[in-house]
Write a protein that binds this ligand. Structure first.
Ligand code: F3S
Length: 660
């Protein structure tokens, strides 16, 4: 049998380990990306390991999420990040250049490369045949040291696309259909590899909508072939030399096959408060909509915004709707200006926002109390838009525009009638406006060594956990329900994202939207355990959802299941992720119960741990879904301690080899 594209790329980057699905494999990483609201801890960690320069082919630091600068904190972060990039040989994409994923694919990505990004939507790069994986910031720091990355070898699921999308349907419909079928946790451990004749009809930004939002399936990543569409895109970006054709073998072997007929899709809508709560748009009960946002890395490409503008032509935003648009990159914005689409949006009463993530992560445009917000972004968790009383609905840009006009959920066809065929004519530009003046390239090595790191008052320290002890007897500080997201643990928003460089401050707000007394309680307890339900820690790659609880003394999270990136972050930051062997054991625990573990250090390598609930007088078993490497990291007290050990050993080995 032939090979999938995923397997080919992993094989070409293989360093050690096993390529059997579910087992641990170590791979070389070519590129990394970070963004402003997660990255300070990443560069502090890189600084702590003591290397002078990154060892990846290319690493990029994007200043793209929080550009509001409501106080000194974010500018402090940006200045530090810019100095760290200069010091360590990293590119900087300056504020206003665009959202990390969009810019990375356009200006840095290339077929066949492996990229790790400190953001869960890093799989966006799968749109050009690249294997792109979202990880925590500590993993990005590790990748930048050149140490091979651990990866659980994924299952590869083939998504065969046939037919062609109807006008008024967008790639958003494809990924919403996937979410409807697979659900938010069904993709765990999988790579979704898209093939079939329908793929040929999708331009790169449309593919990016799908691979980007594959993160919502809980998947490791998603990938498309590097074919003629990718060739066209790279050529239009003036980067034809970076293109190589990369396809799966015709008889490639897959672990599962899913088939979707694009011609059969209708406009869809994802309803609050989970992305997989999907239904046909026409069946959604009509509600008065308060806010519409067209933007985000998921759906603000040239064709997306041009199509939305075309729906608006001759219409105006409903008087009860606040409609905003944030284009994903400067490149796209200039093209939309050139071609008259921005003018159409302005005439229609759409408010053009800064080129940034902004409202997608609650940095501005928070909906009203109990407001209905319709967005083209990727997540609709409770509170994701900054107001837990609001309901967020996810749709395509075409449907968002129609909704803004009508003031209630509507499709483009309801506005355009037979004129909807015009939408099918709108394509990505043949040639993009290339202008890299907002990208600061790395300094030569000798010059870089002289750069001072600038740490304003908002830049505090990176907390480093202690290694676990043999005996643990601590209370449960919190018991949660299913599907807790990293937004629930550490909220986004302008206010909170600027605190991410200051853990003593930010940890005070851990869980505060839902359990306002959690931080104070955990701190008072000193050490504690959190008990979670299914899919604990889904959503953003935000490692602060692990760092803050660790800083508050949380030693273990015991849950029915834990989302992939969050599990990695817990391991990296010294919290032991544990899974109930029997999910019914969840019912044996209440908040405040005292849990005891004996011989913990001996039990960790066996991946089975016995826990006694001393308050209830019962014992239960948990399993540790950890690779050999993760066991070592846990026993070392987190990734930073382990990485330093690894680099020291590597240095000794290199010295010995050179002396022979
Ligand atoms: Fe930014 Fe939202 Fe994408 S925060 S990176 S636009 S998911």
């Amino acid at each position: 049998m032939g090979k999938s594209l995923t397997r080919k790329i992993i094989e070409s980057h293989y360093v050690s380990g096993s390529m059997v699905p579910g087992e641990e494999v170590f791979i070389k990483v070519d590129q990394t990306l970070t963004h402003d609201i997660n990255a300070v801890m990443t560069y502090l960690a890189f600084e702590a390991v003591g290397l002078d320069r990154i060892r990846t082919e290319c690493s990029v630091s994007y200043l793209d999420h929080n550009l509001l600068y409501v106080n000194n904190m974010t500018p402090d972060d940006h200045i530090y990040l810019q100095s760290a990039a200069k010091r360590f040989g990293v590119h900087v994409s300056r504020p206003g250049n665009g959202i990390c994923h969009t810019v990375h694919v356009a200006r840095f990505g290339a077929p066949g490369k492996i990229s790790m990004g400190g953001d869960s939507h890093t799989p966006h790069g799968g749109s050009i045949g690249m294997l792109c994986i979202g990880v925590g910031g500590m993993d990005v720091a590790t990748a930048m040291t050149g140490v091979p990355m651990r990866l659980k070898m994924p299952r590869v699921v083939n998504v065969k696309l046939t037919g062609e999308l109807k006008p008024g349907c967008n790639a958003k419909e494809i990924i919403l259909e996937m979410l409807r079928r697979v659900t938010i946790k069904g993709g765990l451990g999988n790579v979704y590899e898209y093939t079939g004749p329908g793929v040929k009809t999708l331009e790169v930004p449309a593919r990016a909508t799908i691979s980007n939002m594959g993160a919502e399936l809980g998947a490791t990543t998603s990938i498309f072939p590097a074919d003629e569409q990718v060739h066209k895109f790279m050529k239009a970006q003036g980067r034809e030399e970076d293109y190589v054709e990369l396809l799966p073998d015709e008889d490639a072997e897959y672990d599962e096959v899913i088939e979707i007929d694009l011609s059969a899709l209708e406009p869809l809508i994802s309803c609050p408060h989970q992305p997989d709560n999907v239904m046909p748009l026409k069946d959604a009960p009509k509600k008065p909509v308060q806010q519409v946002f067209i933007g985000s890395c998921t759906n603000a490409s040239y064709a997306d915004v041009a199509k939305a503008a075309t729906v608006f032509k001759g219409h105006h935003v409903n008087e009860n709707v606040s409609c905003t648009c944030a284009v994903a990159s400067k490149q796209t914005y200039r093209e939309l200006l050139r071609d008259g689409y921005v003018d159409i949006l302005l005439q229609a009463g759409v408010r053009m926002l800064e080129i940034a993530c902004g409202p997608c992560c609650a940095i501005g445009q928070t909906p009203a109390t109990k407001g209905v917000a319709v967005r083209t972004s990727n997540r609709n968790f409770k509170g994701r838009a900054g107001n837990p009383t609001a309901g967020i609905y996810l749709v395509s840009p075409e449907s968002a525009a129609a909704t803004a006009i009508k003031g209630t959920f509507a499709s483009a066809e309801e506005i355009m009638g037979e004129g909807i065929v015009e939408l099918a004519e709108i394509k990505e530009p043949e040639t993009y406006l290339v202008d890299d003046s907002m990208i600061i390239p790395p300094l030569p090595e000798e010059e870089a060594k002289k750069v001072e790191l600038v740490k304003g008052p908002n830049i505090k320290f990176l907390p480093v956990p202690e290694a676990p002890s043999q005996h643990l007897c601590v209370p449960v500080s919190l018991k949660t329900l299913d599907n807790v997201s990293t937004d629930d643990i550490t909220p986004a928003s302008a206010e909170f994202s600027s605190m991410r460089s200051n853990i003593p401050l930010m940890s005070q707000y851990c869980y505060h939207r839902y359990v306002p007394d959690f931080a104070a309680r955990a701190k008072e307890l000193g050490s504690s355990i959190i008990v979670g339900g299914e899919n604990y820690g889904q959503g953003s790659s935000r490692e602060h959802a692990a760092i803050n609880p660790m800083y508050l003394g949380v030693k273990c999270v015991i849950a029915k299941s834990i989302a992939r990136i969050h599990k990695g972050n817990l391991v990296n930051h010294g919290i032991i992720p544990m899974l109930f062997e029997d999910p019914a054991s969840y019912d044996l625990i209440e908040q405040g119960d005292e849990l005891e573990i004996n011989d913990l250090l001996d039990q960790i390598p066996t991946r089975k741990v016995v826990i006694t609930n001393k308050t209830k007088g019962v014992s239960f078993r948990v399993k540790l879904d950890l690779t050999d490497n993760e066991v070592q990291v846990v026993l070392s007290g987190g990734q930073l301690r382990y990485l330093k050990k690894q680099l020291a050993e590597q240095e000794v080995a290199e010295k010995e080899a050179s002396e022979k």
